[in-house]
Design a protein around this ligand. Structure first.
Ligand code: COA
Length: 326
């Protein structure tokens, strides 16, 4: 067996909801502006005592239940996140321990909104190489904790949540191709400036708001559309697939207009694009696995369907994976 398949999915979103109407009360913005410019209506927001590991654990438990698996059946735990519980240790270590899987390997991947695409490539490769038989990959974020609630250009965009998939060895191979890329020449295009080794927190940096996410929205918009199209095209070519072979496009949920522009170019009709941005906003590394989990739970995805997962984000980074659902 040197194939891999996704054998179970699960997701979790915190109960508290922040609507466009709520945002209207605190910011110079409107439901109309947010809806037409982004497609967003609501975001789920973690409570004060919920950290990213808590969201991961809830999503992972759902995936284990759906797959009728015990946490000890998983050989390795990977969490893709840019909002970890701590700078270190890895959030995945905390997640595995809370799931009663102490002793199993567990690590984080930090590649912002591309985290799930990179993680899918890595986890599939580990399984196909025979290193592990089953890997739990979780994309999770608590972006509300690093958003400046007084900045209307970012506060409207981000939400919290987690999506988990169990990947396992299979006779047939679902992982058809991957195209990943990164360009770190201008990290500040989308970043959390403070708190790292370059700019440790000081009273002055906190005063300057360096604990909050920063973004050059227009630059990212153009980059996102270009890279979604380019990376999907390369991934399709690598798998010997045509645009018309695509059953489902599951894109990173950053902006409905970005998704529409890419889907139009890729000639994927609207009803074949999984979009849940209205409900969750942008949940970074969690957005693709949440969308997948919802689509599978709704019975949309059938055996043999060809899925394109495509994402982009901080780094800057991007990637696409083509997948045959088993
Ligand atoms: N409510 C009302 N007006 C707003 C606003 C808000 N929440 N946010 C910005 N504006 C204003 C701007 O100040 C600007 O006003 P001006 O023309 O008087 O200067 C105007 O709206 C247009 O701003 P602009 O930035 O050009 O809007 P846009 O159509 O590009 O939409 C984003 C802004 C952020 C929604 C859009 O650029 C985007 O989604 N970019 C990608 C972001 C992203 O995906 N980030 C995560 C990557 S993983």
């Amino acid at each position: 067996m040197n194939g891999v398949k996704i054998s179970a999915v699960g997701h979790y979103a915190p109960a508290a909801i922040l609507t466009n109407e709520d945002l209207e009360k605190t910011l110079d913005t409107s439901d109309e502006w947010i809806t037409t410019r982004t497609g967003m209506k609501r975001r789920h927001i973690a409570s004060e005592d919920q950290a990213t590991s808590d969201l991961c654990i809830a999503a992972a438990r759902n995936a284990l239940r759906n797959g009728k698996l015990a946490s000890s059946d998983i050989d390795c735990y990977i969490v893709a996140t840019s909002t970890p519980d701590y700078a270190f240790p890895a959030t995945a270590c905390i997640v595995a321990a809370q799931l009663d899987a102490v002793g199993k390997p567990a690590f984080d991947m930090e590649i912002a909104c591309s985290g799930f695409i990179y993680g899918l490539t890595l986890a599939s490769s580990l399984i196909r190489a025979g290193v592990y038989s089953r890997v739990m990959l979780i994309g999770a974020e608590s972006l509300s904790k690093i958003v400046d609630r007084s900045d209307r250009s970012t506060a409207i965009l981000f939400g919290d949540g987690a999506g988990a998939v169990v990947l396992e060895a299979a006779a047939e191979n679902s992982f058809l191709s991957s195209e990943l890329g990164a360009d770190g020449r201008r990290p500040e295009t989308l970043c959390l400036l403070g708190g790292g080794s370059r700019r440790p927190f000081t009273a002055e940096s906190l005063e300057a708001g360096e604990q909050y996410l920063r973004m050059e929205g227009r630059e990212i918009f153009k980059f996102a559309v270009t890279k979604m199209i380019e990376s999907t095209g390369i991934a399709l070519q690598r798998a010997n697939l045509k645009k018309s072979d695509v059953s489902w496009l599951i894109p990173h949920q950053a902006n409905k207009r970005i998704i529409d522009a890419a889907a139009k170019y890729l000639e994927v009709p609207e009803e074949r694009v999984i979009v849940n941005i209205e409900e969750y906003g942008n949940t970074s590394a969690a957005s693709i696995p949440i969308a997948l989990s919802e689509a599978v739970t709704a019975g949309k995805i059938k055996a043999g369907d060809i899925i394109v997962f495509v994402g982009f984000g901080g780094g800057l980074s991007w990637g696409a994976v083509t997948w045959k659902w088993a």
